[in-house]
Design a protein around this ligand. Structure first.
Ligand SMILES: N[C@@H](CCC(=O)N[C@@H](CS)C(=O)NCC(=O)O)C(=O)O
Length: 217
């Protein structure tokens, strides 16, 4: 077994794979790529993923991209490693895990995408307040739904891939508040989700996976 994980700091899909590797306590080599340094645009990287996106994981002869395909592969290949399964064995719990991940990818992420692009990629004077306001409204609706999904400490039962997926997306979204207080994402997060974020942040492997460029210097 020789796993190499190609990551980039702050990418939610890459972060979910990183959390999965740590949850499973698998040995791996981390290749931290730089968006701004052009690492994803090289021909070498395109040979790993022709879409030129992170995450990518290699395990021996296998090269795999698409974050959830990677997490499912790790879970199938190393089911009982570390803290155990990220897609529960129980059929209903596994279906719920998959459904929640789909909801993160197909509803939450598109709802906040335009607002995040506005805030992260445009200088303050060029930002459109209407895009931010519309993003907040869509985010509020999404967060109300996810708030209702928290029946216990985590989304499904024990920690699953759904917790990792939702957390990474939400953590990036909260970062928008540092760039533009008009987003006030924190103000939209309900009490159950806020407590749940705290529980994810208290996981023993969390700190290790924290996006390096978010750390104060
Ligand atoms: N559906 C893909 C999405 C991957 C993705 O969009 N990655 C972004 C970072 S969040 C990326 O690498 N973008 C390339 C770039 O910005 O140059 C997955 O889940 O792995």
């Amino acid at each position: 077994m020789a796993i190499t994980f190609y990551c980039a700091s702050g990418s939610p899909p890459a972060w979910r794979v990183w959390l999965a590797l740590e949850h499973k306590r698998l040995p791996y080599t981390l290749r931290m790529l730089s968006f701004s340094g052009g690492d994803l645009k090289t021909e070498d990287f395109a040979r790993l993923n022709p879409r030129k996106k992170v995450p990518v994981l290699t395990d021996g002869e296998l090269t795999l991209y698409e974050s959830i395909a990677i997490v499912e592969y790790l879970d199938d290949r190393y089911p009982d490693a570390g803290d155990g399964r990220l897609f529960p064995e129980d059929l209903k719990a596994r279906a719920l895990t998959r459904r929640l991940i789909q909801e993160v990818d197909h509803y939450l992420a598109p709802a906040v995408g335009p607002m995040l692009r506005e805030v992260f990629y445009k200088p303050e004077e060029e930002r459109d307040g209407a895009v931010i306001a519309a993003g907040r409204e869509k985010l509020a609706a999404e967060l109300r739904l996810f708030e209702g999904e928290l029946r216990g400490d985590y989304l499904v039962g024990p920690v699953t891939a759904a917790d990792h997926a939702l957390y990474a997306m939400l953590a990036l979204t909260v970062r928008a508040d540092l760039k533009d207080p008009r987003t006030n994402v924190r103000g939209l997060i309900g009490p159950k989700l806020a407590d749940w974020m705290g529980r994810i942040e208290a996981l023993p492997y969390y700190e290790k996976t924290y996006p390096p460029h978010w750390k104060p210097v």
